[in-house]
Ligand binder design. Structure first.
Ligand code: HEM
Length: 531
């Protein structure tokens, strides 16, 4: 903002030339100053994409000869901030349709230039290009220490080293296989909780979030807890994750309007500052226990891995805290949110649920429990999970935007360095030009002779890429999918799920992940053996 006003400094230069600065002159100059600001802001605002794009074009008129990217003007100064409030993926898709800019739309979030695509080809151009391999760091992410974690670390040596370490020690097939027993134990605990509440109404989210948190605590910290019992350590971490999730998911006006940044109007900085010492204490204590050799109950967890690094790879304690905290944070909610959507769809479509039951009986039978190796034979369940991911991706805007590190051409348009780029994966996965009957829940579209049978959801095909794509795609996708598939198979093998209400409300609430606005409440009927 200050720089914008600098463009009006010629007025002060003129004023300084005046021999006598009478009160009348002062008023005239103040008026001219305000008028020039107003005119400038109107000039910025009328540019396609709104004020941030107009200002850029004003500053660098010769930067490109390509036509402006179409997009809404929004409101002077603040641009289209309203698009990011509430169900942003719905609003952005509607605006792109209205502006006939589904391939690429420009818009302004205050002073931030943004582009968004609802098209798989353009999404590929953005996500797979090294130009968009950075992330815009939100103030809340910075204050919650995430700038030193994988997700928000700037693209460079530090980020590359972290990704390599995580890929080699947390997300590699060998490590995923090694943690199979842990997922099995937790799945059994969830089954026990559901079975002991079979006469009650069960809010599945509450159980799944604890299960998911315990799973990550085991992989990352080597801590084992029971899903059915409360303990202060899990409670504390759950509270930290929930508060962090809430803060990171908020639209922070200070991120986009620098002139209000000092005021912390939404108290985001203040709230972050209260969480961080608790995270430092919590994770710091676990690191100290590992250093002292009495850390986890299982042999080698991710803390041990980080502590064993040497030389250039060695992380400082504060960097280690950031990396570990992020893993807990990311791995917890996404998995629980996804399973809740899957169960909601299965309750809403009993015919689909009985087909899954039929497949479980055929592949496994009722005499033994599911194992992870059974999942490869469960083609129908796999199709159900894909169909839920298509309609209810946990990250409809891929959760985290990208930031361009240099000028580039996207879909024929000039996109300057420093532009925030988003992909509306939710809109792509519901596009009628790509999917037949896109709003219909139909797992069969991924089966049989369908051309979609071989479609991978892991990022190679941008028509369905809920984990993103390219070098910053989700590193936890295989671990996440293994957990989701196995836990869903186990729960369905043990129970039939029925709704407690007349119908299942599929309304969404977009926080950091897109959750069910009204948590799913079910009753379970044991299938395998009378409990
Ligand atoms: C199972 C459900 C999950 C979904 C739907 C999901 C989705 C995503 C998405 C959309 C992104 C951004 C990708 C992009 O920009 O192209 C992402 C990034 C990330 N995810 Fe996941 N995720 C899931 C599970 C996990 C798990 C279990 C972990 C770790 C334990 C994890 C760790 C991360 C990290 C560290 C990043 C940042 C990557 C980077 O910037 O380099 N995710 N995830």
């Amino acid at each position: 903002m200050i720089k914008t006003e600098v463009e009006s400094l010629w007025l002060f230069a003129l004023a300084s030339k005046c021999e006598s600065l009478t009160p009348l002159n002062t008023i005239v100059f103040a008026f001219l100053f305000l008028l020039s600001c107003l005119i400038l802001h109107i000039i910025f605002w009328v540019h396609p994409g709104g004020p941030a794009w107009g200002k850029h074009r004003w500053r660098k008129p010769t930067s490109s000869n390509s036509p402006p990217i179409p997009g809404p003007n929004g409101i002077p100064i603040i641009g289209s901030m309203d698009l990011m409030a509430g169900l942003a993926h719905h609003k952005i898709a509607a605006e792109a349709e209205a502006c006939q800019a589904k391939r690429l739309m420009a818009f302004s979030l205050g002073q931030t230039r943004a582009v968004v695509t609802c098209n798989p080809d353009v999404a590929k151009e953005i996500l797979n290009s090294s130009t968009f391999s950075d992330r815009p760091v939100k103030e809340s992410a910075y204050n919650l220490m995430f700038n030193r974690s994988i997700g928000f670390a700037p693209y460079g040596v530090y980020w590359t080293a972290l990704r390599k370490i995580a890929a080699a020690h947390l997300f590699c097939p060998k490590q995923i296989k090694a943690s199979e027993q842990q997922r099995l134990e937790i799945a059994n605990q969830v089954v026990e909780v559901f079975a002991s509440n079979r006469r009650a109404h069960i809010r599945v989210r509450d159980v799944l979030k604890i299960a998911s948190l315990n799973n990550m605590m085991c992989s990352v910290f080597g801590r084992k807890y029971d899903v059915g019992s409360v303990n202060s350590e899990t409670e504390e971490l759950r509270d930290l994750v929930e508060q962090g999730y809430h803060l990171l998911g908020l639209l922070n006006w200070s991120d986009h309007l620098s002139f209000i940044a000092d005021f912390d109007i939404q108290k985001i900085r203040f709230r972050c500052s209260r969480i961080v010492p608790r995270v430092n204490r919590f994770v710091g204590r676990i690191i100290a226990e590992h250093k002292a050799g009495n850390g986890g109950e299982i042999n080698r967890d991710f803390v041990d891995v980080l502590l064993s690094l040497h030389g250039a790879d060695r992380l400082s304690d504060s960097d280690m805290i950031a990396v570990l905290w992020e893993m807990i944070f990311r791995g917890t909610d996404t998995v629980a949110v996804m399973i809740e959507w899957i169960l909601a769809r299965l309750v809403l479509h009993p015919d689909v649920q009985s087909k899954v039951h039929h497949e479980l009986d055929k592949v496994i039978g009722r005499s033994r429990a599911v194992t992870e190796s059974d999942i490869t034979d469960m083609v129908y369940l796999t199709a159900v999970v894909k169909e839920v991911l298509r309609l209810h991706p946990p990250g409809p805007l891929l959760s985290w935007s990208r930031l361009s590190i240099r000028d580039s051409i996207v879909d024929g348009y000039h996109v300057p360095a420093g532009t925030t780029a988003m992909v509306n994966m939710w809109a792509i996965m519901r596009d009628p030009n790509i999917w037949a009957d896109p709003l219909m829940f139909n797992p069969d579209r991924f089966l049989g002779q369908s051309p979609n049978t071989e479609l991978s959801v892991l990022g190679s095909d941008l028509r369905i890429a809920p984990f993103g794509s390219g070098r910053r795609s989700c590193p936890g996708k295989t671990l996440g999918m293994s957990t989701v598939n196995f836990w869903v198979a186990t729960l369905l093998h043990e129970f039939q799920f029925v709704s407690c209400a007349q119908t299942v409300d599929l309304s969404e609430e977009l926080k950091l992940s897109c959750e069910m606005a009204n948590p799913l409440v079910v009753r379970v009927r044991p299938r395998r053996c009378p409990i």
